[in-house]
Design a protein around this ligand. Structure first.
Ligand code: PLP
Length: 463
């Protein structure tokens, strides 16, 4: 399988090179040259597979022999063995037309583990095979950092440094990152906000000499391996509903969305041939994507602090991948649109194109009060506790689930990770023992000023 850039200046690279490249060298995003198609016969066969077996089949289509099947199987098994539920992503019925797909049974209790457990093992494999060092550098507002660290801690040939804004991530997120005491992990707590962290990372990666000398690699959600890992659970959830004979009326997915990685994986699953109904794009008050779907204008708005901080974004880093397909896989048009976005700060679509967008997605923006009300209501009515991100997805389902349809709401985090919001509605939850235990462990982090040089100094000592 060849990978190409959405901006047309990178072509013909294989899966492993696409993983190592992360962002395409021309500034675009990497996509498979051809989306593999899955026939009805294959779907019928896949329905009987376990989660890791299904992952192996789907990954094989995109990796196309570049990793021998036996090795790939081991990578997949190692990645999902760390999950606390034997189903990996179990589907829970809330009511007749609403099911919740629990994606939070990995080591850090958020869905990012599904991709980052795999990416960690994949990097480790690549390091062994290519006999090359891998130095991962990333910035996090919380979930990604913890998950990436869990994905590579203690692994040979890999070092990871994660920047987080000092005092500005949730307590559990901070503890998950900083209580790790492996020699290959460095936590830098930056005196600044998330944007400062991201700017430092961007500038260090832009220093090509530094990037190459120190083998810097990225873990952010634009990495195609992360998208690939997320395709699997759309199929898995669909098959579990099919087992119950519940797919005939149509199956929708509701996805709490920030950087558009998760829902883009659903879009690919649909393009591969999975019979998906509506893809419901749920945002919080940071609703750039909701405005794009409903009004046709992609333009950053005012920043809002919400109860679902992992969706607090102004620009969705994976959105360009969708633009590529919306524009008939025409890289020149995408490059022009992104150039226009850089200059004018907006992209607008209308007419048939907007109709196409609205055929691909339905969308709702969920306000803070509505998010909390949904958590309270689902808890009262069904005895099920949603985390605030998942609650945005659930709040969006009602208006889009037509009679006879079933909607699967993706549960992207465990509620214990965001107790700050749950407390506000006077619900007392019991923390899982793994999270409770974090509060007694010593923390390992270094406080640094928000300057590139301060971070670079620490990196040089660490590498
Ligand atoms: C990252 C994250 C999201 C958003 O996912 P995207 O792929 O960025 O759209 C939603 N919920 C939680 C809990 C997350 O950590």
């Amino acid at each position: 399988m060849e990978y190409i850039s959405t901006r047309g200046k990178v072509a013909g690279i294989g899966f492993i090179d696409a993983v190592l490249m992360g962002l395409a060298d021309d500034g675009g995003l990497l996509v498979p040259k051809v989306i593999p198609q899955v026939s009805e016969d294959t779907l019928a066969k896949w329905q009987k597979l376990s989660y890791p077996e299904l992952a192996l089949e789907i990954f094989s289509l995109y990796i196309d022999g570049e990793i021998p099947r036996g090795e790939l199987k081991k990578l997949v098994d190692d990645s999902y063995r760390t999950f606390r539920d034997k189903e990996v992503t179990p589907l829970r019925r809330i009511k007749q037309d609403l099911h919740v797909l629990e994606l939070f049974h990995g080591p850090t209790f958020a869905f990012k583990d599904i991709a980052l457990q795999f990416l960690g093992n994949l990097y480790s494999y690549i390091s062994r095979e290519k006999k090359s060092i891998i130095h991962i550098l990333g910035a996090t507002s919380g979930d990604t950092g913890a998950s990436a660290i869990e994905g590579v801690r203690g692994k040979e040939g890999i070092k990871i440094c994660i920047l987080h804004p000092h005092g500005k991530v949730s307590k559990v997120q901070e503890l998950q990152m900083t209580t790790v005491n492996d020699a290959n992990v460095l936590n830098l707590s930056v005196d600044g906000n998330f944007d400062d962290c991201q700017r430092i990372i961007k500038e260090l990666f832009a220093d090509v000499a530094f990037k190459q000398e120190y083998h810097l690699r990225a873990i952010n959600s634009i990495n195609f391996a992360r998208i690939l890992a997320q395709i699997v659970y759309y199929f898995y959830a669909y098959f579990r509903l099919a087992d119950q004979g519940a797919v005939a009326g149509g199956v929708n997915f509701s996805v709490p969305t920030g950087n558009f990685g998760d829902i883009f994986a659903g879009y690919l699953a649909k393009k591969m041939g999975l019979p998906v109904g509506k893809l419901i794009l749920a945002t919080n008050e940071n609703n750039i994507l909701e405005r794009f779907v409903n009004e046709g204008v992609y333009q950053p708005g005012e920043f809002h602090m919400t109860y679902s901080p992992s969706m607090d974004i102004q620009v969705a880093s994976n959105f360009e991948r969708y633009l590529y397909y919306l524009n008939g896989e025409d890289a020149e048009t995408v490059a022009a649109l992104m150039d226009g976005f850089r200059k004018e700060g907006r992209i607008a679509v209308a007419g048939e194109e907007l109709a196409q967008v609205q055929g691909d997605f339905a969308s709702a923006a969920v306000e803070n009060d509505d998010c909390l009300a949904t958590i309270g209501q689902v808890h009262d009515d069904y005895g099920y506790l949603l985390d605030p991100h998942t609650a945005c997805g659930v709040a969006a389902t009602a208006q889009f689930t037509a009679k006879g349809e079933v909607t699967v709401a993706l549960a992207t985090a465990h509620p214990a990770k965001f107790n700050e919001a749950i407390e506000l509605i006077q619900i007392e939850q019991t923390f899982p023992p793994q999270i409770k235990a974090l509060f007694d462990k010593p923390q390992h982090q270094k406080l640094v000023s928000g300057s590139n040089d301060a971070v670079k100094d620490e990196l040089l000592k660490f590498f």
